[in-house]
Design a protein around this ligand. Sequence first.
Ligand code: PHB
Length: 396
Amino acid sequence: MTGERTQVAIVGGGPAGLLLSHLLRARGIDSVVLEARPRDRVETRQRAGILEHGTVDVLREVGAADRMDRQGLPHDGFELRFEGRSVRVDMAELTGRNVMIWAQTEITKDLIALRLDQGEPLFFEAVVIAVDDVDTDSPRVRYRYEGAERELRADVVVGADGFHGVSRSAIPASVVRTHERVYPYSWLGILADVAPSSEELIYARGSSGFALGSMRSPSVTRAYIQVPNGTDASSWSDDAIWDELEARFALEDGSFTLARGPVTDKSVTAMRSFVGEPMRHGRLFLAGDAAHIVPPTGAKGLNLAVADVRVLAEALGEWYSTKDETLLDAYSQTALRRVWRASHFSWTMTTMLHRDPDGDPFEEQLALSHLRLIEASESERRTIAENYRGLTLHGV
Ligand code: PHB
């Protein structure tokens, strides 16, 4: 077995792990990033693409924002549709901040390229088998790379390997409290080579369920419809998807027209909320999807992962420079405050905009009443806008 040592071993080379490696480097802290999948798989994974202001700032801070600044689309507002009407939530006016549309895949590509340009350690197809000794001051990651089993010792291990990764299981079940909600519907998502039908995102509660109109660029549409759990994406024809989008986005005055074009990708995403507490055990710290999952409505997943690693990088920086553990000890609690805010917001958006297939009429009326309140009340719109564009790093 080949042995190596670093200061921080990072399990997972998605946006959380990669960004952490850059934030640590800026503080003079060495790290090694181990990613199980091949590089092209990491670089093609489709995920939501709404960046809060704080996320935009940190990408600029690490020097991975050139393409985002040239090609990303700043959005000042978004639309909610229900009962054939439209309500615009003007984030810029209500909160003084906007969001950036820039796909997670593009961020990942830039973070990888920067890391490799710097000649810093990042290994693909390095499959972690176990994380152990986390309750000692020299935790160990065992992994398989190029046919051999290796081990990496570190001062600290960060598990940023997602919900299905191994890091999570290194925290004994007896000390973790899990909170979970599986939603009774999924999203069927498409990418299409056609200009978006609207300049801003549209979140609709249509009579047969949720629809979202989004985009990847001025010439690429991203759109989703609510479908039953277990749906096979190939069972939906392109025409049937466009017809459903058109019906769910329809306005009562007939003023909306949907632009259709060639569909280049089709996939189904399940909807889940999950929080594991605490996010730390001994010298193991979890970040991003390894610690929590939000449903995609509101696009908080990436922003939460970025917020986690910002808090963690600051805490590790403090610990390495002064040996003061206060921030590290507070990591889980600090991160979880934001996680719970985003979990509540994502749950609110999800339940307000989807149709429960087992349709409890009481909940349906509550959802419609909430949408009408947003339509009528500026303070309610401000609350939605503040949550959407993201609250402050150490805020609620
Ligand atoms: C997306 O563009 O993929 C997207 C946008 C907004 C969401 C979720 C997904 O709330």
